[in-house]
Write a protein that binds this ligand. Structure first.
Ligand code: NCD
Ligand code: ZN
Ligand code: ZN
Length: 454
């Protein structure tokens, strides 16, 4: 679909160079799917309708495609800094754009970790020059209340509490320490994102050279999540703090979180599509934490998701190199890339009539926008940001990790046929991905700061 360049039309205010028209697509609006054109001015949606002013600027012919609000992934490890060999801001956001994501929230377990306002500032400055999509940052949960306040003021999206092994020194098994942390999050008006697996339950099995990934996974049983979720919800209720529970794998976790007003839940595509059987088959390609569960648990989790009882889907895009992953089992780092498979996988659930399209848009766009306070995102309507993904819903594609934009070119979903192809991704009115190719320039994306309207 070629980009037709009209000469910039002169208005009283001079040339309208930042105007773009998406001509004749189907548009997913809050009132349903309509056939219309979309007028984008200065990075925002100016109008959705039939009779848009001709000669309005650049026109993108998008007939046959469906325009959705840009997808938002609240759980992504973009790495960069000293871990740039695994992924960097440019490769990670290229993967995001290729997967239909226009905004991602980056995790703080980097090297160095994002555990102070200074480090957050440094990360922001580096990202500014390299990103292709919008990127916001989670920061490490740190014990010092003053630092929490500073990071919150700088626009961090949440404090990440990694219960198996906190990023910052924190006595994780001590209720009082966690309660104090949750209380300081309330004072600083910032939520806490939790990796809920209880440290005391996790066993690092003594794996010999012939050891298997199944053994490794068994060291992180369901009980670890059960106990951690129970504990964090109990302490959050005491503190009155907001908790976002990352990559939940158990139906009981979802049910427990729904009983607490200030909690949101997140599930990954791998935990609803795959189970232990895949660990046996794909080995290091299917090794992540929390690990894949039994087929029974997977089915029940998917049932809750399809009923609309989960707040959001996130990829937990966690790239490592193939060399690191397929080395000695005991040393293999957990985590799989997910940015380029998440949307097609979810669209496949729509085709299979397990999810409605409406629910898909909630899970991947409007709910994360709401929970993480991303105003003007999550829907296509006048005045909203022109973060748009154009999808060819009819196209089936095969997952080919060697074609990923991510540096991590492997996937537990390799060779699976999925529904829908991300054709074009528009971020703040600029085309970043066109016909599957990255056309945006590093640095064209925007750093997002919570509570700051750009
Ligand atoms: C993540 C990583 O590699 O950073 N790995 C993973 O298996 N999910 C860490 C995490 O999200 O817990
Ligand atoms: Zn985690
Ligand atoms: Zn993660």
């Amino acid at each position: 679909m070629p980009l037709r360049k009209n000469p910039p039309s002169k208005t009283r205010n001079g040339p309208r160079e930042s105007t773009l028209v998406l001509e004749g697509c189907r548009v997913w609006t809050p009132t349903g799917l309509i056939t219309a054109s979309v007028l984008i001015c200065e990075g925002r949606i100016a109008r959705i309708g039939h009779h848009l002013p001709g000669n309005a600027g650049e026109t993108l012919r998008v007939r046959g495609l469906v325009a959705f609000p840009g997808m938002i992934d609240a759980h992504v490890h973009l790495r960069d800094l000293d871990l740039s060999y695994k992924e960097d801001f440019t490769s990670g956001t290229a993967a995001a754009a290729a997967g239909g994501f226009t905004t991602v929230l980056d995790m703080p377990n980097t090297m160095p970790p994002t555990d102070s306002a200074t480090r957050l500032d440094e990360k922001i400055e580096r990202a500014r020059r390299k990103i292709l999509t919008n990127v916001g940052f989670h920061v490490a949960a740190v014990p010092k209340a003053a630092e929490v306040t500073r990071m919150s003021r700088l626009g961090a999206y949440s404090l990440k509490l990694y219960m198996p092994k906190p990023i910052s020194p924190l006595n994780i098994q001590d209720d009082k320490t966690i309660l104090t942390l949750l209380q300081s999050s309330v004072k600083s008006d910032i939520g806490v994102t939790v990796h809920a697996e209880d440290q005391s339950v996790i066993r690092r099995p003594d794996i010999k050279e012939s050891g298997s990934f199944i053994e490794l996974a068994k060291g992180r049983p369901e009980q670890a999540e059960l106990q951690a979720v129970d504990r964090i919800l109990r302490l959050a209720a005491k503190a009155g703090s907001y908790v976002h529970l990352a990559h939940l794998t158990l139906p009981s976790s979802i049910v427990a979180a729904r009983n607490y007003r200030h909690a949101s839940t997140e599930v990954t595509p791998h935990h609803v599509f795959l189970s232990e059987k895949t660990i046996k088959k794909e080995k290091w390609k299917a090794w992540m934490v929390p690990p894949l569960r039994s087929e029974r648990v997977r089915k029940n989790l998917l049932a809750l998701l399809s009923k609309g009882l989960v707040t959001m889907i996130a990829s937990d895009h966690a790239p490592h190199t193939i060399e690191e992953k397929r080395g000695a089992v005991a040393e293999s780092p957990p985590g799989v890339p997910g940015l380029e498979t998440t949307l097609p996988l979810m669209l496949t659930l729509v085709t299979r009539k397990i999810l409605s399209m409406e629910l898909l848009v909630q899970l991947l766009s409007s709910n994360p926008a709401h929970v993480f306070n991303l105003p003007r995102k999550g829907r296509l309507a006048k005045g909203f940001d022109a973060d748009i993904v154009l999808v060819d819903l009819k196209r089936k594609t095969r997952i080919r990790p060697e074609r990923f934009h991510s540096k991590a070119k492997y996937s537990p979903f390799e060779n699976m046929t999925v529904q829908g192809r991300v054709h074009t991704t528009i971020v703040g009115g600029s085309v970043v991905l066109q016909d599957g190719d990255i056309v945006g320039k590093p640095g064209s994306g925007r750093v997002m700061k919570r509570g700051v309207l750009g």
